[in-house]
Design a binder for this molecule. Structure first.
Ligand code: XMP
Length: 513
């Protein structure tokens, strides 16, 4: 690897976002622990160093501090927020507790437009701050390059040493031109080219997986969703037959789900695939259950049991592979340490490994969803899989309100197939976050031909979202709604009414349960 930016992690929740921005600049980066010795960083052939933000104060007793010698390597350094304060502490500046915490949007005034960090950027920029301490005296050899209303030293530079510091966060989306600032650092200051691509990511991950796994066996729970599918394709590329995928049919899958997985992975990729047909077991366990959280728990626990048994059937494996993405890692941390603050129990992170004695293999852990899709395409997975909309682990069970019965599953599966077909044929499916049908367990009166009907209602849910955390309902064209309604009522027996869900998240959630 010729060029790489080494990111020292001081515990900021945005460290992975910095890495992502650097990947967007087509440059390779590695995140290392904040106290990684300077000699190790030199050996890594770092082209530049970024000091991440972090929650501490640089003067705290147990403050995380780097090896001071990193400033003697002759490598450009960019300190972000806490990273800037680290530079101040080591290079004879001064940091003090600010009068008021600077948090949220601010305006940056660039005073020295010749500073390469602000190359080809306007003199005024919207930036996002999140800090209590602030720099009150410049470190030796530094000049202020930009200010905010609250700080005379919002961006600082020592051009000779090629040291730069930013009090704000250029990596977050709330700093709209932040990506250009990072690009300026890696391209203009560190001199990196644009060599890194998804193909290099594949090559490197394959190498790392081979080293981590050695000759051991790996199992992976394949759901047919984007994440586990891409993880499977990547791991399969690395270790071939050492990988066995287990696909559990929990009875609440969409139509033809199992067929697609068997075709793509079994036939095309020749992945070792173990298919576990457990529909009856799941449906039996769900009988009479109406509470949403109880349904989720039953499905989660039953899945673990079935999966555990299946792992014994396929033979001893040392590693359990999961398609965990970076946002899963963050989202599964209870807010403020309070487990009750988790809105819904997402059982796709944790759970399995705790109950089984596996080592974890999570090759997508630092990637974001769109990057995983790009990776999937690079690995040759079909669009149908890489671009598919998210589907919850507990499947159709959280889209059938009240009790889950085989009859209701059948009705919802048929209605859902129509929604997916129509969204695809109207060129909408891949443009939005999710579109699906929900079965309401209330019956209402209708008339079909000359006969009175007393049937279920289907709600159509279509939402736009960036990350599933917030969402808005999609204003689908009337023509599409008309076709959806006609087709569902005419083709799905058991349904005589179709409604459209026009709730945003919050206050509603995307799934109904
Ligand atoms: P909610 O309903 O919480 O959903 O607004 C946000 C996103 O998460 C998906 N979702 C799940 N995904 N396991 C999953 O893998 C789950 O238990 C689960 N519950 C909801 C949902 O489809 C939406 O994209």
């Amino acid at each position: 690897m010729n060029e790489q930016i080494v990111i020292l992690d001081f515990g900021s929740q945005y460290t992975q976002v910095i890495a992502r921005r650097i990947r967007e600049c087509k440059v390779y980066s590695t995140i290392v622990h904040y106290n990684t010795p300077a000699a190790v960083i030199a050996e890594m052939n770092a082209t530049g160093i970024i000091l991440s933000g972090g929650p501490s104060s640089v003067y705290a007793k147990d403050a995380p501090l780097p090896d001071k010698a990193i400033f003697k390597l002759g490598i450009p350094v960019l300190g972000i927020c806490f990273g800037l304060q680290v530079m101040a502490r080591f290079l004879k500046g001064k940091v003090e507790r600010g009068q008021k915490r600077e948090y949220g949007k601010g305006t940056l005034h660039v005073k020295n437009a010749r500073c390469p960090l602000f190359n080809a950027l306007p003199r005024e920029l919207q930036v996002w701050n999140s800090h209590g301490d602030k720099l009150t005296r410049l470190p030796d050899g530094f000049k202020a390059v930009a200010t905010t209303d609250n700080s005379g030293f919002a961006a600082i530079e020592n051009a000779k040493a090629r040291f730069y510091g930013l009090q704000f966060h250029p990596e977050v989306v709330h700093t709209p031109r932040g990506k250009k600032i990072i690009s300026n650092f890696v391209h203009k200051i560190c001199g990196c080219g644009r060599k890194w691509t998804m193909r290099s990511y594949v090559e490197q991950s394959v190498e790392e997986i081979r080293v981590q796994v050695g000759k051991e066996k790996v199992i992976l729970g394949l759901s047919g969703g984007v994440d586990s599918s891409v993880a499977a394709a990547l791991i399969h590329k690395a270790i071939g037959k050492q990988l066995t995928c287990i696909f559990v049919n929990n009875g609440v899958l969409r139509a033809n789900e199992a067929g697609v997985v068997k075709k793509v992975f079994g036939r095309n990729f020749k992945v070792k695939l173990h298919y576990e047909e457990s529909t009856n077991l799941f449906i039996r366990k769900l009988r009479g259950v109406t509470d949403p959280e109880t349904k989720r728990k039953i499905i989660g626990n039953t899945f673990i049991d079935v999966f555990q048994k299946a792992t014994r059937k396929v033979g001893k494996a040392k590693f359990l592979a999961q398609g965990t993405l970076y946002p899963d890692v963050i989202e599964s941390v209870p807010i403020g340490g309070n487990p009750a603050a988790l809105i819904k129990s997402h059982h796709n992170v944790g759970g399995l490994p705790e109950k089984m004695k596996f080592k974890l293999l999570e090759p997508l852990r630092c990637l974001f969803k769109d990057e995983v899709r790009e990776l999937g395409a690079e690995l040759g997975l079909p669009r149908e899989i890489v671009m598919r909309q998210p589907f919850p682990g507990p499947g159709l069970a959280v889209r059938i309100l009240g009790e889950v019965t085989p009859e209701r599953c059948e009705i919802l599966r048929n209605a859902d197939t129509i929604v997916v077909e129509e969204m695809k044929s109207n060129n909408l499916y891949y443009k939005i976050w999710q579109s699906f049908a929900v079965l309401l367990p209330v019956r209402s009166v209708g008339v079909m031909g000359d006969e009175r009907t007393y049937d279920y209602t289907i709600a159509v849910r279509a939402v736009e979202s960036k990350d599933g955390m917030t969402a808005d309902w999609v204003k689908l064209p009337y023509k599409v709604l008309e076709t959806l309604s006609n087709r569902i009522i005419n083709e799905v027996s058991g349904v005589n009414r179709v409604c459209l869900d026009i709730s945003s998240k919050p206050p509603a959630t995307i799934e109904w349960e």
